[in-house]
Design a protein around this ligand. Structure first.
Ligand code: HEC
Length: 311
């Protein structure tokens, strides 16, 4: 049997926040302890952080947004200290540095590379992009278990997975005419949420997957990196992205996460148990926006959440 690499203990630290009307909300952040390291101590400078697996629909449409659109969003003047930057990352396929688009820090150059990395790092399967085994030298048993032909994920399988993910469509919105939802949409704009979570974009010509070309889409993201403050920092730089930077999460389909995912957690490490908690963790460039939410009365807070749940 391949020995376990280590024992992980996951616990939550609680934080009380008070909204402007006196309402108390308890937030939580993860704490991770690693013990019983089977292969010796962690290397110097090892960085540890938790990750929630993000939703995987609509990726073909996000891929079809022209890079010029994203560059234009980055260059645009924005209010309240909001900036937004493109990540530049290494593409092992073209052997070039290119703009990043996928991943929680926009740290992957293409859907195919993101999928190959997930196969390799998350479940230890090699592919044409990462043909070696993901076994550190000290893990002899890992290498010995390699009975199958390499790579484990063939070119054809990788292409099939890519096509499947490209083609997963986005759920339709619900309750669009509900007055509470419409009020919430107005507040989403007033609180500047829409500066980062850009409601509407257009896809361009897209030969890779023509089905996604030239459409108006409503992803609620700018695909840019933003400094989200110390509270959300994982202190792990990734190419241009710093330790406090995250890519704006697309919000389309977020209202159905309860239906499709019993875990129902938000933000990069799943610390937020509700949409309200997710908003209250926003800091850094999004601090003014977060404070606008905290200043709303109860009815308006409910309206903004009802809008998010309609997405
Ligand atoms: C400065 C840009 C910015 C602004 C302004 C902003 N957000 Fe975000 N939002 C982000 C980023 C970046 C993340 C991802 C953070 C993370 O995962 O740690 C995010 C994550 C979220 C999430 C969690 C999504 C998920 O799938 O986990 C929700 C919900 C959300 N934002 C709603 C809002 C609302 C509502 C507002 C306005 C009150 C707002 N945001 C304002 C950048 C922004």
């Amino acid at each position: 049997m391949v020995p376990a690499e280590a024992n992980f203990e996951f616990s939550w630290k609680e934080h009380e926040v008070t909204l402007d009307d006196g309402t108390q909300v308890t937030l939580r952040s993860p704490e991770i302890a690693i013990s019983e390291l089977a292969f010796g101590p962690l290397g110097d400078g090892a960085m540890i952080g938790a990750r929630r697996s993000p939703p995987v629909f609509g990726l073909g449409l996000l891929d079809a947004i022209p890079q010029e659109t994203i560059d234009e969003l980055a260059a645009r003047d924005k209010p309240d200290g909001i900036k937004g930057r493109v990540n530049y990352v290494w593409d092992p396929e073209t052997q070039q540095t290119v703009p990043g688009r996928f991943g929680l820090k926009a740290n992957h150059p293409s859907l195919r590379e993101q999928i190959a990395v997930a196969f390799f790092n998350d479940i230890g399967l090699s592919s044409p992009l990462y043909p070696e085994q993901n076994c550190p030298e000290i893990q002899k048993a890992c290498e010995e278990q390699m009975l199958f032909a390499r790579p484990e994920i063939t070119k054809r399988r990788l292409a099939g997975t890519e096509m499947y993910l490209r083609a997963l469509s986005v759920p339709a919105r619900r309750n669009v005419d509900d007055p509470q939802v419409m009020r919430g949409e107005e507040l989403f704009d007033q609180a500047r949420c829409s500066v980062c979570h850009v409601p509407e974009l257009r896809t361009g010509d897209f030969e890779t997957f023509p089905q996604a070309a030239n459409q108006v889409i409503r992803p609620y993201t700018d695909l840019l990196l933003h400094d989200m403050g110390e509270g959300l920092a994982d202190n792990r730089p990734d190419y241009v992205a710093g330790g406090r930077d995250w890519r704006t999460s697309p919000l389309w389909g977020i209202g159905l996460s309860k239906v499709v995912n019993s875990a129902h957690n938000f933000l990069h490490d799943g610390r937020a148990r509700t949409l309200e908690e997710a908003i209250l963790w926003h800091g850094g460039e999004a601090e003014v926006s977060r404070d606008s939410y905290a200043s709303l009365d109860n009815a308006d807070r409910d309206a903004l959440i009802a809008f998010l749940e309609s997405l």
